[in-house]
Write a protein that binds this ligand. Sequence first.
Ligand SMILES: Nc1ncnc2c1ncn2[C@@H]1O[C@H](COP(=O)(O)OP(=O)(O)OP(=O)(O)O)[C@@H](O)[C@H]1O
Length: 310
Amino acid sequence: MSEPVTSADTENSTQTTQSTQSTERSTVSGETDERIQQSWLDYDFEGEPKLASKELDVHYGSDHALKGISMEIPKESVTALIGPSGCGKSTFLRCLNRMNDRIKAANVDGSVTLDGEEIYQDGVNLVELRKRVGMVFQAPNPFPKSIRDNIAYGPRKHGDIDTGLLARLSGRKDQKKEDEIVERSLKQAALWDEVKNRLDDNALGLSGGQQQRLCIARCLATDPEVILMDEPASALDPIATSKIEDLIADLAENYTVVVVTHNMQQAARISDQTAVFLTGGELVEYGDTDKIFESPESQRVEDYITGKFG
Ligand SMILES: Nc1ncnc2c1ncn2[C@@H]1O[C@H](COP(=O)(O)OP(=O)(O)OP(=O)(O)O)[C@@H](O)[C@H]1O
């Protein structure tokens, strides 16, 4: 097991030994504060982790946004990342498919592995990585193209659908493959029945909830293994939100889903495990969702989930 890298506060020092590796005492604002150094790498689950971060630090210039995050994410499950605004949830999510590489000020140190392979090593093909680890954003962002073109865009770009001259001239076979991918992806995203008769309409004509399911279908079309979702339902009404939540539960049967949410009830409803980040970019607690919400180890986590701050 690797070294403890993340610290967390508790007042009730009844922590299980499962994730506690050493303790030290310090005084904060005159009050006794038990600081516990913890590694969340030993969160106990069956099988190999799909993703693992080790001692992951992110700076934006001099701003230390994530501090020594170590955790393992089980495959084919839903992992929720919760915590107050600015605690680094989105930053952590973006580390999992190297989207932070696109942010000039971002400096990432530490390790992230996908199926045991380091994604921060030289020579990693970022297009291939982001095909395996897809992403869905907060605001639905369909391309201003037809529903069909939105779904087929990725597979065409990755060469899963041949768009070369020969394919275009011989036509039918390639069209059949495209039709199959479009239908499969829309069905997986629970949108097929609503759009099957208007695949050539502009995607911007769909409702917000439909657009978000289209974006999920677009992500699924390239056959990812992991789906990262950054507050995928925060812009949607309750009915559309409930459809997205049902969809996330279904997707977890075949995909590893990591979802950032501000909504704690949503995290409790949809996730198998929950990671609680708190101000300062620390991962304070990580474990089974039921345990986190019913009997967290950390007083700070309890205060956060009971609404005392955040
Ligand atoms: N592109 C960026 N450039 C500079 N600083 C950034 C950038 N993105 C995030 N930060 C900073 O990093 C810290 C963590 O931000 P992040 O967006 O990851 O938090 P979050 O928990 O997802 O917040 P929210 O819930 O409000 O979306 C914040 O202090 C934020 O200001």
